[in-house]
Design a protein. Sequence first.
Length: 323
Amino acid sequence: MIGIFIVAIAAAAASALMFASIISGALISLLLFYLAPLPLMVTSLGWGPLAAAIGGIIASGCVGAILGLPYGIAFATMVALPGWWLGHLALLGRPIAAAPTGGAAEAAPPQLEWYPVGRILIWVAAFAVVTTAGALLTLGWDAQTIAAELRRGLLKVFSAGNAQPSDEIEHFVKLLVVVAPMAATVVAMVTLTVNLWLAAKVTQTSGRLNRPWPELRSTTLPPMTLVALLVALGLSFVGGLLAIVAQLVTTALIIAYTLVGFAVLHTVTLSLTSRSFWLACAYTAVVVFTWPIVALVALGIADALFGLRQRYLRSRPPPLPAS
């Protein structure tokens, strides 16, 4: 138990310092800020959710005491809670019921069915939506107030102290007011996903990951996710605060289907000799140009509707026997 407390305190200190580094204004602090959940996730995966919960409570209290209550609440909701809960979900497993066969098989330990990666992605999307919506609600409780406060803040940033910003800046800020909430959701979704993947890699490398590495290319989202995406997309046009929240949900689910699209791509390229090259090209195109993400979303949705991966795997010829 003492070891768990020591690990929890160390993770709390690292995570709190990474989060608080954003007040320095240095460019590297932005990277540290986004990686703030990583120590708590490593703790949760390697030493258990209890250690991560203790570390999250300690870090939230310290951040709140030093920087103020709003920062403490922000740390708890954006860093501590996702770090603890996602690590907890990744370690959830239940025994798979199997018919007894007698002999040594009865004494074998039961196989476990681990919490599906697709459902973890839905939780990541939920955290991204809640944290972004919470940040917007600090600006106001209706769409007009939120838009006005966003516009005022962005004009202050881009006008560089000029009393009257130019027309170009006005148009750019007007566009940013619409795009910024969705962009923040994308950033939250991607950073939480990357942090969880990095934490799993770190604990696996250290030998403390208490579960087998999941087959990520078989990731699927729950069937009702597509229905939720369509409903959120429809509500995005009703106006008001409901439309803003629906746009955040739509954005988060689109990113989830993008990740599923990558999983489909990893599956259907299994037989290619230059597979690594084509996958690298796909990742580079998405990062550099952004618009290829549309093709990946379509691929993820098509797989959900038509089972592209199952069809591909069924049609693959069996591997040649080793000589």
